[in-house]
Design a binder for this molecule. Structure first.
Ligand SMILES: C[S@@+](CC[C@H](N)C(=O)[O-])C[C@H]1O[C@@H](n2cnc3c(N)ncnc32)[C@H](O)[C@@H]1O
Length: 431
């Protein structure tokens, strides 16, 4: 519980909000500077929480300041966000939250403005809940989302956009997938129960369940030996719907970090090519497969090109496309601040290019499963509808009864069955 931890927290928030870095990128480096594992965990909790509540905390700070902190002093706005988060949303005693946050100002090269930080935090402490209540009177602020995203959610889900918003603002449970090569779900749930760990099975998933309370996964029975992997329930439908068969050639076109590649290989003795454009992210694929004692052909290449391909058609293709990730905001609260409205059209164009290219590598009679962790129709239903319209040999294989070429695919919304938001559409290449 140190000033250094608060200074690192302000730097992480600045990396996300000012430099467009993801929490996954910014947090590990900041954590590495802290020796104590408890401090590392606290830093993570504060940064995740502060980004989740950012819009409210920003509005509250604006109420307490005469003029905004700009230029080099902008880092102090980030520090104040962290300070207010501790006061309102953590169990840290107020005197420690204020004292350590004020003491972080000099560590950020802003020692002269220590008094300002102290004044703002003391003022917030005095006003108590009334400060946040006033900030939350602004309905846009109360959503904790940027305006552009709310506008898109309202357009896509006129009657239930608020449910999506509410789910995005919750913390997600810890979902796990049993490695079917090592045992089945019932056996694993028994082992957990014997270890005194409460788990909830999801009947629609052959291998999936979530824990009643999050815990260190490395301490779960058999984790190191690959008995179980972390994967949201919604993501587990990918391999389940792809339904791989022994001996098939399968392309996982956007594979890193490899959660779905591993699941496919757990379900069948297939010849899987795990492709991703990011060499760095492919290291994670190798690590995941090694832990699970599985193997795939791992290729660093662009899925919108075929220069890497040996010309042998695939029986099945999973295209888990790069997307806005607007379905997984509850797990990644930084996404709402990293994405921009204009990104959506660019992502949709990239998805269409990858989709058209993958189609050329699929056998007649083969199936392609298109997936995203987005909730936006432009990347999902509209994307697949346009693909079906321009691709003569493509036929929708409905996952749900209510699908048609005009309304293709299955949209899962965040929070439903405690899962992330995901989209799936299955397409057959006509023989
Ligand atoms: C949604 S993530 C994939 C998650 C992965 N399927 C899993 O389950 O672990 C999307 C991936 O697409 C990759 N990607 C982005 N553009 C790509 C492209 N043009 N070709 C191949 N991969 C790409 C990204 O590097 C990222 O790893």
């Amino acid at each position: 519980m140190s000033a250094k931890l608060r200074a690192q927290g302000a730097r992480v928030l600045s990396a996300v909000l000012d430099e467009g870095k993801s929490l996954n990128e910014a947090l590990p480096a900041a954590q590495a500077s802290l020796a104590n594992p408890k401090d590392k965990a606290l830093l993570q909790a504060l940064c995740f929480g502060a980004l989740r509540q950012y819009r409210l905390l920003e509005a509250a700070i604006d109420q307490l300041m005469d003029k905004p902190l700009k230029g080099k002093t902008r880092i102090l706005q980030r520090l104040l966000v962290l300070g207010l988060y501790q006061l309102y949303f953590s169990r840290i005693p107020a005197h420690a939250a204020v004292g350590e946050t004020v003491a972080a100002a000099p560590l950020l090269g802003q020692g002269k403005l220590k008094g300002l930080v102290n004044g703002v935090l003391r003022n917030a402490e005095r006003q108590g809940e009334a400060l946040l209540e006033k900030a939350a009177k602004n309905k846009a602020v109360a959503t904790l989302h940027p305006d552009w995203l709310i506008a898109r959610l309202k357009a896509a889900y006129p009657s239930n956009w608020q449910d999506v918003v509410e789910a995005n603002n919750q913390q997600a449970p810890l979902w796990l997938r049993v490695n079917s090569r090592q045992g089945d779900k019932t056996q694993y749930l028994d082992a957990l129960s014997q270890a005194g760990i409460e788990a909830v099975s999801e009947e629609s998933l052959t291998c999936g369940f979530y824990l009643a309370e999050a815990q260190d996964v490395t301490a779960l029975p058999g984790f190191a030996g690959g008995a179980v992997s972390v994967q949201d329930g919604a993501a587990q439908f990918a391999a389940q719907l792809l339904a791989p068969v022994d001996g098939e050639r399968i392309l996982d076109a956007c594979a890193a970090p490899g959660g779905k590649t591993a699941h496919i290989l757990e379900l069948a003795d297939a010849e899987v090519t795990a492709l991703d454009v990011s060499e760095q992210r492919l290291v994670r694929v190798q690590e995941n497969l090694a832990r699970l004692k599985l193997s795939a052909k791992v290729v660093a290449a662009d899925a919108s090109q075929r220069d890497w391909w040996d010309g042998k058609a695939f029986d099945r293709i999973l295209l888990d496309a790069p997307c806005s990730a607007t379905g997984v905001i509850r797990r990644h609260p930084d996404i709402r601040w990293l994405r921009r409205d204009q990104d959506i059209a660019e992502l949709a164009a990239l998805q269409a290019r990858i989709l058209d290219n993958c189609w050329q590598m699929l056998k007649p009679g083969g199936t392609l499963l298109y997936a995203t962790c987005s909730v936006l129709p432009q990347e999902n239903r509209e994307q697949v509808k346009a693909f079906l319209a321009r691709t003569a040999d493509a036929e929708l294989l409905p996952i749900r009864d209510d699908e048609s070429a005009q309304q293709p695919g299955w949209q899962l919304l965040p929070g439903q069955n405690k899962m992330d938001g995901f989209f799936y559409a299955r397409v057959l290449k006509k023989p």
